[in-house]
Design a protein around this ligand. Structure first.
Ligand code: NI
Length: 394
C-alpha cells in the first residue's frame, strides 16, 4: 500500500496544472447556493470526459460514480460547489476575480471542486486498482438552509447506492499547504439562527414617558443575552450566542415602534441549543412584557454538529500519514464553532471531515472564510487530491 500512496501522490502532481486551471475557471464563474447550473454543467462535462457515470439526484450538483473491478466497500467523497452572495477583492487573485457581481468563491468551494476533479482523474488513472465503488459528490447549497447535504441525504440516493463511509474536507487558512487538521468526535458546531422583534410604543423623542422605547429594551436584551453562556450553560460546554444585526428607528427625534435583532447560536448538542433557545425567549419575554411591550421570537434550527466517527478518523489519519507524513497530520485539540452541512451525511453514514491547509503569506491566503480577500494557496492541490484518493485505497 505504501507504494500505491507514492503513485497516488505522483498522479496528483501530474494533474496539478489541471486543478489550478479548473479552480481559476470556477473562481471566475461563481454561482450562489442552489443556482449552480453552469457549475454543474461544467463538472458533468469534466466527469464525462473521463467516462465516469454521472447521476443528478438534485436540481443542481451531481454525483460521479466509479465502479472498481473488484468487489469492496462503497465510499463517498464530498465537495460542495456553491459560492457566497458577496463581492470579492484581492490582488493575489486579480487574474481570476469573479466576473459575476454579487457572487464570489470566498469560502474555497471552487478549490474543493477542482480538488475533487483531480481525485476523479487520479481514480480514473487507477481504476483497475479500485475495489468496490466510489461516489464523488458535488453537492449544491452548503451555505444556505436547508443545506444541500440535507436534501441529498433525505433524497435516499446515497442509501440506495449503499454508501458505507463518507469523507469531506474544507480548505483552511489556519494550516499551511501540505498540512491537515483532524479530530475525532465533535469537530464543527451546530449553527442555529434567531430573529427577534421587540415591540414597544413609538412617539416623540422628547416625550419618552409617553412611549415604550424598544431601543432601550433591545439594549437590555442584548446585555442580558451575555449571561446565557456565562451563567446558564455549563462551563465545560462550548457555546456561542451572537447578535449579528440590530435594526430599529429611523431618525434623531423619533422613538420607533419596534426594534429587531437577528443572530446565531452555536452549540454541539441539541440539549444545549434548546437550553439557550429557552433562556433567550425567557429574557426577551421578561424584558418586553415587564415594560408593557410585546415581542415575536423565532428560532430556526440549522445544521447538526459535525461529529467525526472514530474509525473513519483513524483511517483518515493512517492514510494521510503515508501521503504527507505524520508531522503534517495535525490533531486538533478543540473543535471549530463554524457550521457545515456535512453533518447531515454523518447522521446516516460514518464519516470524517478534515481541514486541508491552504494558508500562506506568499499567496495572501490567510484571510478568514467569507472575507472578501479570502484566497487559497494553490499548492494545496499537490496533496489535497492525493489525500482524498488515498482514502479509497486505505
Ligand atoms: Ni465553506
Amino acid at each position: 500500500m505504501a507504494d500505491l500512496k507514492k503513485i497516488i501522490r505522483k498522479r496528483a502532481e501530474n494533474h496539478f496544472d489541471y486543478m489550478v486551471q479548473t479552480r481559476r475557471y470556477l473562481h471566475k464563474n461563481p454561482e450562489v447556493s442552489f443556482k449552480e447550473y453552469d457549475t454543474t454543467d461544467y463538472i458533468v462535462h469534466e466527469l464525462k470526459k473521463l467516462n465516469i457515470h454521472v447521476e443528478r439526484p438534485l436540481e443542481t450538483g451531481c454525483v460521479g460514480i466509479i465502479e472498481g473491478n473488484k468487489p469492496g466497500r462503497v465510499i463517498a467523497l464530498r465537495s460542495d460547489i456553491d459560492a457566497l452572495a458577496m463581492d470579492e477583492e484581492g490582488d493575489a487573485k486579480k487574474e481570476f476575480l469573479s466576473e459575476r457581481p454579487g457572487a464570489a468563491h470566498c469560502c474555497g468551494h471552487d478549490a474543493h471542486m477542482a480538488n475533487m476533479l483531480g481525485v476523479a482523474n487520479i481514480l480514473n488513472d487507477l481504476r483497475d486498482e479500485i475495489a468496490g465503488k466510489v461516489l464523488l459528490i458535488f453537492q449544491p447549497g452548503e451555505e444556505k438552509l436547508p443545506g444541500g447535504g440535507r436534501l441529498l441525504t433525505e433524497s435516499g440516493f446515497l442509501q440506495k447506492q449503499g454508501v458505507q463511509e463518507i469523507y469531506g474536507l474544507h480548505m483552511s487558512p489556519d494550516f499551511e499547504p501540505g498540512q491537515i487538521g483532524v479530530k475525532s468526535g465533535p469537530f464543527m458546531a451546530s449553527p442555529d439562527e434567531f430573529e427577534i422583534k421587540i415591540i414597544g410604543k413609538g412617539g416623540h423623542a422628547a416625550s419618552p414617558h409617553l412611549t415604550i422605547d424598544p431601543i432601550v429594551l433591545a439594549a437590555q436584551v442584548i446585555t442580558q443575552f451575555q449571561t446565557i453562556v456565562s451563567r446558564s450553560v455549563a462551563p465545560t460546554e462550548p457555546a456561542v450566542v451572537t447578535v449579528g444585526r440590530i435594526r430599529g428607528g429611523s431618525t434623531y427625534n423619533v422613538i420607533p415602534e419596534s426594534a429587531e435583532l437577528i443572530g446565531t447560536v452555536r452549540t454541539f448538542s441539541r440539549d444545549t441549543a434548546f437550553l439557550i433557545k429557552r433562556r433567550m425567549e425567557e429574557i426577551v419575554k421578561g424584558i418586553a412584557q415587564g415594560s408593557g411591550g410585546s415581542y415575536t421570537f423565532q428560532f430556526n434550527e440549522g445544521y447538526p454538529a459535525v461529529i467525526n466517527d472514530e474509525g473513519c478518523t483513524e483511517k483518515l489519519i493512517r492514510s494521510a500519514e503515508k501521503i504527507i507524513g505524520s508531522k503534517n497530520v495535525i490533531e486538533m485539540e478543540r473543535p471549530l464553532m463554524a457550521g457545515e452541512d456535512f453533518a447531515f451525511y454523518q447522521q446516516e453514514f460514518p464519516g470524517a471531515f478534515f481541514l486541508l491547509g491552504s494558508g500562506s503569506e506568499e499567496a495572501d491566503s490567510k484571510w478568514s472564510w467569507h472575507h472578501p480577500k479570502y484566497n487559497i494557496d494553490e499548492k494545496v492541490f499537490l496533496t489535497g487530491a492525493a489525500l482524498m484518493a488515498g482514502l479509497v485505497f486505505e
